[in-house]
Design a protein around this ligand. Structure first.
Ligand code: RNT
Ligand code: ZN
Length: 424
């Protein structure tokens, strides 16, 4: 597609927009800086359909599923890092990169409960060089020990202990990342455990999960190097009737243990939004990790878009000014489209949502609310929707040195031709 913007037209439109926002008391220059400064943790697993480097051909025993077979999937660490680096040139603002245990690069095969920080040395070197801090996730799926559908909540002590050791190993690796990069690495525990059909005993698996988590978290680590989080889910493929790690389970657990809670936008009932949960949860847990994804019918992992849902969550974070208590991350995987485009679309949409949220003249809304002028509050909210936001977004891209508009599609097309097409 032909580029319809030039630096000149962007700058001219921006000057107009600046005046419009100034009328509401908003300084767009400052806001652009603030929006670029919020770190977004990009998920490595969009780059290879959550396959990892253990030789798997698909996800097994996990209740999640990447569908599609668009050509060009990254097949090893070097390809995944190269693809990510390329995507970074299209994505404005501060970035982090989130790994899974599946992406270890040991020489030879090392069982998942025995992996060490040294098996991630390629990643750590890359992270330092690129100044992209790493986050981490233990991988409780795609493994014969997960085939029963139960891991940390398994009734079989052999299976449970294996995954407890895995959970401990992952915290050690995350803490090593944190020390290497000088900022805490977020280590997020999500397990698939649950039942396809109606369980008779809902309690025992939850007791076992609680005890297993206690064991994993018993090892005290410096919170300057690691942030522990736990992620709930409503249902998965094969765990439709019951999920051990439900929202209530983890909300209770995180509050009791004073660790951060992960809310994934795709892990609730289709009409339920997490925006309203943030202010409530933050009264009782020290912080949150947000996984931005997009639920669509049975799937919780479509590419994040600039939806009402995403915008509402961003607004909530900005209104509460709680960026220091919220880690912002992406979690989607779509194998049916160009994976670099998927990263780019999802991350740019989230950055857009953050920018829009930070541009809100919240004071005006709150003042109207306090004074009982709710008609004014609603009128302002409606007006804000159509301010010349796209001009500010384009200016943000221009200033950050990434393509504005959809001209990045040209870059992706070129990369597809010269790099991805050669992977057969
Ligand atoms: C699954 C969870 C989890 C995973 C990733 C791969 O439903 O959302 O976060 O998507 O860890
Ligand atoms: Zn998630």
């Amino acid at each position: 597609m032909k580029a319809y913007q030039s630096p000149d037209t962007i700058t001219r439109a921006y000057e107009e927009a600046k005046t419009a926002y100034a009328a509401f008391g908003i300084n767009t220059d400052k806001t652009i800086k603030a929006a670029l400064d919020v770190p977004i943790s990009i998920q490595c697993w969009q780059g290879d359909d959550v396959t990892g480097f253990e030789g798997a051909s698909g996800i097994s025993g996990g209740g999640i599923l990447a569908t599609g077979n668009y050509p060009g999937r990254a097949r090893n660490g070097d390809e995944l890092r190269a693809d990510a680096e390329f995507a970074f040139t299209l994505i404005p603002g501060k970035k982090r990169f989130s790994l899974h245990m599946l992406y270890a690069e040991p020489e030879g095969k090392i069982p998942r409960d025995q992996l060490e920080p040294e098996h991630f040395k390629n990643w750590m070197t890359w992270s330092k060089k690129k100044k992209i801090p790493l986050d981490f996730n233990p991988s409780f799926f795609s493994h014969p020990m997960a085939d029963s559908g139960y891991t940390l909540a398994s009734a079989d002590p052999k299976i449970r202990d294996f995954w407890i050791r895995h959970g401990k190993a992952s915290r050690k690796i995350a803490a090593a990342f944190g020390a290497n990069q000088g900022s805490a690495s977020v280590n997020n525990i999500w397990i698939p455990d649950g039942s396809k059909d109606l369980p008779a005993d809902r309690l025992s698996p939850r007791q076992r999960l609680r005890d297993a988590l206690d064991e994993i978290l018993a090892v005290k680590l410096d919170n300057k190097t690691i942030t522990d989080t736990v992620e709930s889910k409503l249902f998965g493929i094969g765990s439709e009737a019951y999920v051990v790690g439900s929202h209530e389970f983890y909300l209770g657990y995180a509050a009791a243990k004073q660790i951060r809670l992960c809310l994934d936008t795709g892990h609730f009932h289709p009409t339920e939004t997490i925006a309203d949960k943030i202010s409530a949860a933050l009264l009782f847990v020290p912080g949150l990790l947000i996984h931005f994804s997009r639920g669509l019918r049975w799937d919780s992992d479509h590419v994040a878009i600039y939806s009402d849902d995403l915008r509402e969550v961003c607004r909530e974070i900005a209104r509460q000014k709680c960026f220091d208590r919220i880690d912002i991350a992406l979690d989607f995987f779509d194998a049916s489209i160009n994976r670099i485009a998927a990263w780019t679309i999802g991350t740019r949409s989230l950055r857009k949502g953050l920018l829009e949220a930070l541009l809100e003249p919240t004071r005006l809304l709150v003042d109207a609310e306090k004074a009982g002028r709710n008609h004014e509050r609603l009128a302002l909210m409606e007006e804000l929707k159509t301010l010349p936001f796209s001009a500010v977004w384009d200016k943000l891209c221009l200033g950050a040195g990434v393509p504005a508009g959809v001209s990045w599609l040209g870059n992706v097309g070129e990369y597809e031709k010269t790099v991805l097409a050669k992977r057969t």
